[in-house]
Design a binder for this molecule. Sequence first.
Ligand SMILES: [Cu+2]
Length: 343
Amino acid sequence: MENTRPLHRGLRRAAGTCGVLGLLLLAIGLPLAAPIAEATQRGAALSLEYARPAAAPASVGYWLNLTDAPAFVPARLVGAEAGALVTVHLNNTGSLNHSFTLVRSANVVLNRSWDPEQLQHFFSTNGSLANVSAVPGRSASVSFTLPTTLGASYEFTSLVPYQFQAGMLGFLNVSAGAGTPLTEQTTDQLKFLPDALVVNATSYPITIDVQITNGGSFAHTWTLVAQANVFPTPQNYSNYFGKHAPLANAAINSPGQVVWANFSIPAQGEYEYLCTTSGHFAAGMNGTLFVGVQPPALSPPLSTALVQVDVLAGAGLLLGVGVVLATATNFMGRFPPKTAGHH
Ligand SMILES: [Cu+2]
């Protein structure tokens, strides 16, 4: 099983230990049978929940200060779902005029070398999702409905000459999928949290954004393999990326830094992501993005399943964990082992 991904390897190891413990406890007596069944059922229900399609999007409000830096504070607006009604409340805290002008098309990045006329020309030609001005010391607000593009990112800026050129810009990032945005965190234990992401999709290509936060102090990358169902190894990944450029390659260099990886997925499948900082992938810093496919049963919601099992009391708790892990392992044991890309 040289090529088995660390996700499964670690789970299998944990399941071995907990499974034995579970069986020992099972031998103690029948009164524990009910918690076992409950834990297993809950595990199964949670994995279904995980893959449930998006409900009707909620409306979202954002509050921004417009400053004379010039800047939008905050400059990152997150958490809105595709199709949501968005209201942006603006407060001009400076002594200059500012505008909040939002690009109409998803995932278009304005050219930073444009002069004010070129920027104005872009919006005159392509339109805007929102465009409102706020005079010094006053508030303004604007509402608009987001397109239904999953995982889209929309840039906004101020059209007052030379404010864009001075860095007055930001991004509104739309959640991909039900409810919560796709987020990742890096840790100094050389892990991605979570190490599995799921996006429901039925048509392709699909644009996806992942927000990645540096939760430690080491420099990392979030680098996504461009081919579905190809899993480079710590031994061959540099060579592999030399032949197949990554779909996304975001650097998260400093503590607390937040970056977005914006990319387009061409087809359904499993896409591996990994950290290219030397030694990190070998230490287990990788994960899988599941697009339009079910993740292996119970593995991505494992942490959720464990939280849920916490409600069970006493010995039933240990037993429940053992059973859920053992179930996951048995299921994954039937999966064909993943092999590295050979090209
Ligand atoms: Cu790393």
